[in-house]
Design a protein around this ligand. Structure first.
Ligand code: ATP
Ligand code: MG
Length: 591
């Protein structure tokens, strides 16, 4: 009862904060945000699955739909908070019966199907560490991640088991149990039937004492800049999932929320599973991959009110033109947000004009666990800017050294820049969803911090009013004839041309200028890649950018993307220079 009251009061305060950014920054405290969650009964800690599921199942929201799942064929399945509590309790009991102990790692290799959500939240109830993998990974990336993560349990489908796991199973000695979804298969030795075990298990489960600092999630980064890193998060991350969803996504209990990211990436877990459930909303999950017409239909027919997606999806919708959008009733949409890559001003405006809502960009990383910088739900949007630091988040820009990263002097001090400036984006360490380690890489973790700051590896600019603008990855920033050129600025300028769908910009070595700016461009549907167009785009770029404009433009049918939707500039560069292509485990191959 007491916690319900606190929750209510906390929520009223958040209402006021939503319309007053400065007040929110002034008054917000993580202690209050923690108090707004009820914690496990009897004061036995804080557990993500309790906050996401059991809290609602025990209260007035028990019969509300927690998960509305759309299968490929167009079928719909609804699971209420009460049912989700029961299913996840069963899964936690299954783990207990198999002798799986708190702290052990439970991996999933599943498409977006209900069993994925049951296993994920059930594993958290059992206080195991959840590591969801993207189902389209081949055997090697799966083997590497499961070996690094010492997977004790894997939940997957019979087909994925045969194709992806069976060939590598003997390389995974720590893997004790493989549970297969769907009807029981008898020919796959060394596996168990998830359905059989779930139905035999008790639907009652009491979550054991969970320290807020207990490990909960293991997420691998997107691999945009190199080999993916395993980032560990703890249970108190849920405090950040909760408040950032309120601030940056304006998510409320009566929303139908659709996060299009796969839970194999951090966005698909923090906001594709945890945040909407903690808020008590209805979470939509669509099994199928991107398809412009289907996505419009889902938005319209499911009356999606808050939609969280990625720039590449918006750009693909843009490529289809406004006619497709006009065929669908998008009147339920209250807020659209985007993350993962720079969002070009064109895309923000296109949202406003064609979808009826501007797109709210926000910025964060696997390591930060939750949204850190965003265009506040109720505040002014500056198209092209990633927004301002969320309440409770102290962002800064640090002076950079010759290697492009923040300068750290012999005493370990960094140099924060004041007012309008450009530097390495850094965050004051200590927010609840901050990662607590890179798996088996303590040195890399230690090197990510200096002088009380977490160094993000991204370069950003801050304007005089405190809005942050993404410049590029510290490694991607181009040095041309004495200028530092952010690839994003060049890409955005090119994408303002009506013929351009997407652009990826790199620096190529040049004996005189150091580096020259080179752009790879894909064109909108129906546009021919002619010499005239190339000349026109070069001129267009020059008029917009002056001396930092691209000197060379190459037309491509598609740019290489990570599976989480980012342009892989390092691959464009490696191919350009004839260098080894590096770790391609997260390269999207079928587009
Ligand atoms: P890796 O660390 O393995 O190279 P990654 O950094 O792409 O991969 P993620 O943690 O998924 O892995 O992505 C975080 C990065 O994505 C950020 O550091 C930033 O470069 C980029 N990013 C995220 N959101 C935005 C945004 N709104 N604008 C610009 N860039 C963004
Ligand atoms: Mg990264």
């Amino acid at each position: 009862m007491r916690s319900e009251t606190i929750h209510k009061r906390g929520d009223e305060r958040v209402e006021a904060y939503l319309v007053d950014y400065d007040r929110a920054r002034r008054e917000f405290s993580w202690e209050q945000a923690r108090a707004a969650l009820s914690g496990l009964s009897g004061g036995t800690g804080l557990n993500i699955a309790f906050e996401a599921v059991d809290r609602h199942a025990a209260g007035s929201r028990a019969s509300i739909t927690a998960l509305r799942w759309l299968d490929r064929a167009g079928g719909v399945q609804e699971i209420s908070y009460r049912d989700l509590a029961e299913l996840t309790a069963r899964f936690a009991n299954v783990l207990g019966a198999l002798g799986v102990r708190p702290g052990e790692r439970v991996f999933t290799l599943l498409g977006r199907v209900p069993d994925l959500y049951v296993a994920a939240l059930g594993a958290l109830k059992a206080r195991c560490v959840l590591s969801p993998l993207f189902a389209a990974f081949g055997p090697e990336p799966v083997a590497e991640r499961m070996r690094l993560g010492e997977a004790a349990v894997l939940v997957t489908t019979p087909a994925l088991y045969r194709r992806t796991v069976a060939p590598i199973r003997d390389r995974l000695p720590a893997l004790r149990h493989v549970l297969l979804t769907g009807p029981t298969e008898t020919d796959l030795s060394g596996t168990g039937s998830l359905a059989g075990l779930l139905s035999a298990a008790s639907p009652e489960f009491t979550i054991g004492p969970t320290d807020p600092q207990d490990a909960a999630l293991l997420h691998f980064t997107s691999g945009t800049t190199g080999r993916p890193k395993g980032a560990l998060h703890v249970h108190e991350a849920v405090v950040a999932h909760h408040v950032t969803a309120r601030f940056a996504l304006d998510l409320r209990p009566d929303d139908v929320f659709w996060c299009t990211a796969d839970p194999g990436w951090v966005t698909g877990t923090s906001y594709g599973i945890i945040a909407p459930l903690v808020i008590g909303a209805t979470m939509l999950s669509d099994e199928s991959e991107f398809d412009a017409r289907r996505w419009y239909r889902v938005l319209a027919e499911q009356r999606v009110s808050v939609w969280y997606t990625a720039p590449t999806a918006i750009r693909m919708l843009m490529r289809r033109g406004p006619e497709e959008a006009a065929r669908h009733d998008l009147s339920a949409l209250r807020l659209i947000a985007s993350v993962g890559e720079p969002l070009n001003p064109e895309a923000v405006r296109w949202g406003a004009e064609v979808l009826g809502r501007p797109v709210h960009d926000n910025w964060w990383q696997t390591e930060t666990g939750a949204i850190m910088i965003g265009n506040f739900a109720a505040a002014e949007i500056r198209p092209g800017s990633m927004g301002r630091p969320l309440p409770g988040i102290d962002a800064g820009l640090l002076e950079r050294g010759p290697n492009g990263r923040a300068l750290v002097d012999a005493d370990g001090r960094v140099r924060p820049l004041e007012e309008a400036a450009e530097g390495e984006l850094a965050l004051r360490a200590g927010w609840p969803s901050m990662f607590r380690g890179y798996l088996h890489d303590a040195d890399r973790y230690a090197a990510a911090f200096a002088d009380g700051w977490y160094l993000t590896g991204d370069v950003a600019r801050r304007d005089a009013d405190g809005w942050y603008w993404f410049v590029g990855r510290a490694d991607d920033v181009i040095k041309s004839a004495g200028h530092l050129v952010g690839p994003f600025e060049v890409e955005s300028a090119l994408m303002a041309h009506p013929a351009v769908a997407e652009a990826g910009v790199i620096g190529t070595p040049d004996p005189v200028a150091g580096e020259l700016v080179k752009a790879f461009v894909t064109l909108r549907a129906g546009v021919e890649p002619t010499e005239e167009l190339r000349t026109e785009l070069l001129g267009f770029g020059r008029r917009a950018l002056g001396s930092v404009a691209p000197r060379e433009i190459v037309f491509d049918d598609a740019l290489p993307h990570t599976r989480s939707g980012k342009v892989m500039r390092r691959l464009l560069k490696a191919r350009e220079l004839g260098l080894p292509e590096g770790d391609l485990s997260t390269l999207e191959v079928t587009r």
